[in-house]
Design a protein. Structure first.
Length: 308
């Protein structure tokens, strides 16, 4: 009997984690697989670790890792994948926005041999704020135009993968990780199961609009060179416009020498405009250099304080 590893990154999920465990147990008991739980405590400040210990005491198939501090969901996800030993590996959130009732359907598709990955895709965004929905849809439009790696709108991190695909994901040594892009970049045959949007069963999400914006920016910078290309084209356009302006001033001086040049305010505005363009381009380049800097330092993605 093959093993199914369920990886759950957790950050302050003391209330939702027992409910997730109960729901997953109900869905997996009839399945012809051995179930392994890999719970990752991402430096929670509530009693999440105590809940994990309680579950591990009740069920020997429950394993957990506890970080020394909060390293972020991507680090927790990576740690969980490194720890999982199953032939099939599931990644899902603890807030029950990833419906456990999809697990049997996912497993059936993988066991058929036709697919290497089964990902869950939301069919709608009911209950989500209009601004957040608009920004999410805009992100997918932008990144699909900017990157050769294609991103499917509505797809969450919730997915079931074969061991071969998991090993391929773990082989990518990136320090700043964007899992949605990594899952797409490694390829493999992927199919999708659809479901309506689900709400958190308890608590509040730590993902506000600003955090989502930073996460989206990391995705664009990690999987596209379009910002660098834009900085080159902006610089070239500024250079061409400057040459045209210089030529105009010279011709006017030669053809109409009596004309006078006035308007200090407009001059200062133009200087500030081009100065801002230069700073923007330098900032884009600096963003990529910063990622290189983090990569070459080779710091670990996470530090484990306690494991079971």
């Amino acid at each position: 009997m093959k093993q199914l590893s369920i990886v759950v990154p957790c950050y302050n999920e003391a209330v939702t984690l027992p409910k997730l465990y109960q729901e997953v147990q109900q869905q997996c008991l009839p399945l012809a697989v051995r179930v392994e739980y890999v719970l990752v405590d991402d430096g929670s400040t509530d009693t999440t670790l105590s809940v994990m210990k309680t579950l591990a005491a009740k069920n020997t198939a429950v394993h957990y890792l506890s970080f020394s501090r909060h390293f972020g969901k991507e680090a927790a996800l990576y740690a969980g994948l490194q720890t999982a030993t199953g032939a099939y590996v599931v990644v899902m959130d603890a807030d029950l926005q990833d419906p456990p009732e999809l697990l049997p359907q996912m497993l059936t598709k993988l066991q058929s041999g036709a697919w290497d990955c089964v990902a869950a895709r939301r069919t709608d965004r009911r209950g989500e704020g209009k601004v957040r929905s608009f920004l999410s849809n805009s992100f997918y439009q932008v990144i699909n135009h900017a990157s050769k790696t294609q991103f499917v709108s509505g797809v969450r991190d919730f997915r079931m993968m074969t061991r071969q695909m998991v090993d391929a994901v773990l082989a990518l040594p990136e320090y700043t990780r964007f899992s949605k892009g990594i899952f797409s970049w490694v390829g493999y045959r992927t199919t999708y199961v659809s479901y309506p949007n689900q709400h958190r069963v308890a608590g509040e999400s730590s993902w506000n609009i600003w955090n989502l914006f930073k996460y989206a920016a990391d995705g664009i910078f990690d999987f596209s060179q379009l910002p660098l290309d834009l900085s080159v084209w902006i610089g070239l356009a500024s250079f061409v416009m400057s040459l045209i302006g210089l030529l105009y001033i010279i011709l006017r001086y030669v053809l109409v020498p009596a004309s006078s040049v006035s308007g200090w305010a407009s001059t200062i505005c133009i200087i500030m405009l081009f100065g801002g363009v230069q700073l923007l381009c330098i900032g884009i380049i600096g963003k990529y250099i910063g990622k290189i800097y983090l990569q070459v330092k080779r710091r670990p993605l996470y530090l484990v304080k306690e494991r079971h």
